[in-house]
Design a protein around this ligand. Structure first.
Ligand code: AMP
Length: 282
C-alpha cells in the first residue's frame, strides 16, 4: 500500500492506473469494522486488476459543532494498518491545509434532501460533505465509490449530487455493520459512558419493533412515537428526530408502496447517535 499526503503525491500515484477501475472509499478516520467492511467490499469490486483508494480526512467543513470536531477520535497509524490489511492500494491522508485553500469561496449545496432529518439540525453539514466528496471525486477520479447506509441521508444526497451534476461515477450503498448487540458501529461510540453504551442497543431494538408495527399496518405517527418513547425512557437520552420518510426523497411518504426509511438521531448524553431501517408495508 502507498500513502499520499498531498494532492500532488496522490495524482502521481494514480497517473499510471488511469483507465482501470478505481474504487474510492472516503472516511474521516478512527476506522472500525464498519469502515473495514466497506474497504473489503471495495477490494472485491475493484478485482485484481482494479485499484482501491481510501481517503482518511477529518473534514472540518462538515462539522457544525466545534466541540464534536475537537473530540472526534483520531488514530492515523492504526487507520493505515486497517487500510493495508483490507487490501487498499492507495490511502490519501491530507491535512485541512492541504485540502483547502485559506480563501476558498465555492460552496456546493443540495437543497431538497438536505433540509430534513440530520440536515435540519446540523446546518451546513451536508454542504460540507458535498464539497469534500466532490473534491475527492475530482482528485481521485474514481469509477466507483462506496458509502455506508448508516449515513443514509448522506448516501441519498451524494446519489443526487452524482445524478444532478452528471458525474461519471457509480455509487454503491453498503449495509450497516453492527456490534453483536445491535448497536451500529460508529467512531463516536467510544465516547459513550458505560451506562449509555449498555443502553444504546435499544436503538436497534426499537427500530426492529417499529418495523414490525409498520408492516402490520400501524399508523406512521404511532410507530415513530413508540421509538421515541422507548429511547427517551433511558436516563440522559433525548431524541433529535424519529421520522418515517420516503427512502429516496427523504420527505413525506405519499405512496405506501414505495420503500420507506425509519431514521433516528438521539443524544446519549453529549454523544449523538444515528441509525435507520428500510421498511416495506407487508
Ligand atoms: P465516516 O468516517 O464516519 O465518515 O464514515 C466513512 C464511511 O463509512 C461512510 O460512508 C459511512 O457511512 C461508513 N460507515 C461508518 N460506519 C458504518 C457502519 N457501522 N456500517 C456501514 N458503514 C459505515
Amino acid at each position: 500500500m502507498q500513502t499520499a499526503y498531498t494532492k500532488e503525491e496522490l495524482r502521481s500515484l494514480l497517473a499510471p492506473v488511469r483507465g482501470k477501475r478505481i474504487v474510492l472509499v472516503p472516511t474521516m478516520g478512527a476506522l472500525h469494522e464498519g469502515h473495514a467492511t466497506l474497504l473489503r467490499q471495495a477490494r472485491v469490486l475493484a478485482g485484481e486488476d482494479g485499484v482501491v483508494v481510501a481517503s482518511v480526512f477529518l473534514n472540518p467543513v462538515q462539522f457544525d459543532n466545534a466541540g464534536d470536531l475537537a473530540t472526534y477520535p483520531k488514530s492515523p497509524a492504526q487507520d493505515s494498518e486497517t487500510c493495508d490489511s483490507c487490501g487498499v492500494d492507495v490511502v490519501f491522508m491530507p491535512t485541512p491545509d492541504v485540502m483547502y485553500c485559506a480563501d476558498r469561496s465555492i460552496t456546493l449545496e443540495e437543497t431538497h434532501l438536505s433540509s430534513v432529518l440530520c440536515g435540519a439540525s446540523r446546518p451546513g453539514h451536508f454542504a460540507g460533505v458535498c464539497l469534500v466528496v466532490n473534491k475527492l471525486f475530482n482528485l481521485v477520479q474514481p469509477t466507483d465509490a462506496i458509502f455506508g447506509k448508516k449515513d443514509y441521508q448522506q448516501f441519498a444526497i451524494l446519489r443526487r449530487m452524482v445524478r444532478d451534476l452528471d458525474m461519471p461515477i457509480t455509487l454503491h450503498g453498503a449495509e450497516i455493520v453492527r456490534e453483536a448487540d445491535g448497536l451500529a458501529l460508529s467512531s463516536r461510540n467510544v465516547r459513550l459512558t458505560p451506562e449509555h453504551r449498555a443502553a444504546a442497543p435499544a436503538i436497534r431494538r426499537s427500530l426492529l419493533a417499529a418495523a414490525e408495527a409498520y408492516s402490520a399496518g400501524k399508523d406512521v405517527q404511532i410507530v415513530c412515537a413508540q421509538v421515541r418513547g422507548a429511547l427517551e425512557s433511558i436516563p440522559g437520552v433525548r431524541c433529535d428526530y424519529v421520522e418515517l420518510v420516503d427512502a429516496e426523497t427523504l420527505h413525506d411518504l405519499t405512496d405506501p408502496d414505495r420503500l420507506a426509511l425509519l431514521a433516528v438521531a438521539a443524544w446519549f448524553g453529549d454523544v449523538r447517535l444515528i441509525d435507520n431501517i428500510e421498511l416495506f408495508r407487508a
